[in-house]
Design a protein around this ligand. Structure first.
Ligand SMILES: C[S@@+](CC[C@H](N)C(=O)[O-])C[C@H]1O[C@@H](n2cnc3c(N)ncnc32)[C@H](O)[C@@H]1O
Length: 187
């Protein structure tokens, strides 16, 4: 495998494809235009289920169209903040976050560390011992650095006996290259 032709999103998709299987339950914590929801829905298949969250109606309508175009019927789209995910989902093999703003949408509406960290804590509560949380963190520009900085400080303190945190950074790329982070619950 090589990295020069990759980015955070591609790495996250490769990781998810390697670790999610038919029949699993998966959560997309940041639905956006639905590309991750679509991938998760295809991977878990008709015997599985996907719960997808966003706070913007525009995200739900875009995702609905994408899922219909791909004949996907195993996804539930929820207009609520991801930090409330336990109100809807009791357990899931994985929870996927793609923090930032809606692509092609309003750049002043983006995820913030207070709710993002609560959402990660909720995600860690509902995944099993071989479950994982996948995070792409977009930062800089309109989004700023507050979320990334608080997120990294939080992740650094997660108990290493319980969790393994992998941080992937395209370290020498310009213009705030997004991070790909995986949290695995140790077996
Ligand atoms: C980078 S986009 C996600 C991209 C998406 N995964 C896709 O495939 O298009 C981030 C999304 O997070 C959403 N968001 C921001 N804060 C949120 C929150 N508290 N709960 C749920 N979604 C949130 C934004 O509305 C935006 O659509």
């Amino acid at each position: 495998m090589t990295y020069y032709d990759k980015n955070a999103l591609k790495l996250s998709h490769e990781y998810i494809k390697a670790n999610l299987k038919k029949g699993d339950i998966a959560v997309d914590g940041t639905m956006g235009r639905g590309r991750d929801t679509l991938l998760l829905s295809q991977l878990v298949g008709s015997s599985g289920k996907v719960f997808a969250f966003d706070i913007q109606k525009e995200a739900l309508s875009s995702t609905q169209v994408l899922l219909e175009e791909n004949a996907i019927t195993n996804a539930q789209l929820i207009l609520d903040s991801h930090h409330n995910l336990k109100n809807y989902v009791e357990d899931a093999k994985c929870v996927v976050f793609n923090f930032g703003f809606l692509p092609g949408g309003d750049h002043t509406i983006f995820s913030h560390s207070d709710t993002s960290i609560k959402a990660i804590e909720a995600a860690l509560d509902i995944i099993p011992s071989d479950g994982f949380v996948s995070i792409c963190s977009y930062y800089g520009g309109d989004t700023g650095f507050e979320e990334r900085d608080n997120l990294l400080a939080f992740l650094e303190k997660l108990d290493s006996k319980k969790y393994t945190v992998m941080l992937h950074s395209f370290y020498n790329r310009p213009n705030c290259p997004p991070l790909f982070i995986v949290i695995e619950k140790n077996h």
